[in-house]
Design a protein around this ligand. Structure first.
Ligand code: 9Z3
Length: 350
């Protein structure tokens, strides 16, 4: 069958199975959106982490996209601090807002704790040894202030139900969920913001070519000639199809009124700007934020119809704290979202 780009998205959703969690996640999003719509609070759908491409239905092997989820988890905290409610569509087990400060770090979370009354590791607690009637555990003094501040923000978000955590693993489950959530968010109109920081695979194995069970090296057909690899065994050649250009559908059909911000990840500095401009032209959405793998924590470039703007963190001095680049990115995105809302209200074009 010859599939045109227009048909390819429809074909993708017809031939791939939705994730088993879809109905549950859609219902959670529906209630969340309703609550914040009633409260007239803007809602951001923030995607984070890498998508997997399974090679087998009963998956043992998969291809992954690079992303720890730092951009997404950190940005979520800044959106919350600016009054947005956040739907956090994230790769399962990637970094989460708030807990990111203590998980996946070089420290084991137990390194943040000490035994109440133990002398040596944490002198300040050691001095209170006599007061502890029963063995107990406390946060080490040097971490306490920061942890208290993170804890308060986390509890506030929880109390007001401002953060909805929805996990995905595969690129297919990501796309099905993104589509369903976008449709749930349509009632928000311009108040909805999409901030697409997840690293989404451009390629996948279609169901028609997917092995059911773990691929056995003995079952790989011999290619003849150069069919064996360096190690002497047979080569596994993976044949991937392009993932349909979902951004086009998102902009035109799933979320036509929302503000849509996508990220572009490149490794070659020469290509970054042209790729960002190409994406903006191709999908006609609002903003592309470009970043290079090697410098993504220090600089990004905003590309929109008004031009380009680099955002960089200040050089961290000896005594100064390192600035998280998301603390600069998120307010700049919010400014653009608020300007868009203003323009729509006054009926101005641009
Ligand atoms: C990004 O560029 C993100 O900023 C990073 C964040 C993945 C670099 P970390 O999680 O890294 O902080 O370690 N995301 C890439 C988004 C992407 O894949 N975009 C696709 C595209 O440009 C689809 S919108 O084609």
């Amino acid at each position: 069958m010859n599939i045109t780009p227009e048909l390819s998205e429809t074909h993708y959703f017809e031939t791939n199975l939705p994730p088993s969690t879809l109905a549950e996640h859609t219902a959670l999003a529906n209630a969340f959106v309703k609550q914040h719509h009633d409260a007239k609070r803007p809602v951001v759908l923030l995607t984070s982490g890498g998508t997997t491409v399974p090679l087998e239905n009963q998956t043992v092997r998969f291809i992954d996209n690079f992303s720890a989820g730092t951009r997404g988890a950190t940005s979520a905290e800044y959106f919350l601090s600016h009054g947005y409610a956040v739907i956090f569509l994230h790769r399962q087990f990637s970094l989460l807002p708030f807990s990111r400060h203590y998980s996946h770090s070089t420290n084991c979370f137990l390194d943040f704790l000490s035994e109440w009354g133990r002398i040596g590791e944490d002198e300040e607690d050691g001095g209170k040894a006599e007061q502890a009637a029963t063995p107990d555990v406390v946060v080490k003094a040097k971490y306490r202030q920061e942890m208290l501040s993170v804890l308060r923000k986390y509890q506030e978000a929880k109390k007001k139900n401002l953060l909805l955590l929805l996990p995905f693993t595969t690129v297919t489950s990501y796309l099905f969920t993104l589509k369903a959530l976008a449709c749930e968010m349509q009632c928000l109109g311009n108040e909805a913001l999409f901030y697409l920081a997840a690293a989404v695979s451009d390629f996948f194995v279609p169901p028609s070519r997917m092995a059911e069970h773990k691929i056995q090296s003995g079952d790989i057909p011999s290619l003849g000639g150069d069919g064996s690899g360096v190690g002497g065994g047979k080569k596994l050649i993976v044949d991937l199809d392009p993932v349909p250009k979902f951004l086009k559908r998102l902009v035109e059909q799933w979320a036509p009124q929302a503000m849509i911000v996508s990220f572009k990840l490149e490794t070659d500095p020469q290509m970054l700007l042209s790729k960002c401009r190409q994406s903006l032209e191709r999908y006609s959405h609002h903003l592309v934020i470009g970043n290079l793998l090697s410098t993504r924590k220090r600089e990004v470039v905003f590309v929109d119809r008004e031009g380009i703007e680099w955002i960089r963190t200040p050089e961290a001095g000896q005594d100064s704290e390192e600035v998280e680049i998301e603390s600069l990115i998120v307010p700049a995105v919010i400014r653009k979202h608020q300007e868009m809302l203003e323009r729509r209200k006054t009926g101005a074009k641009k």
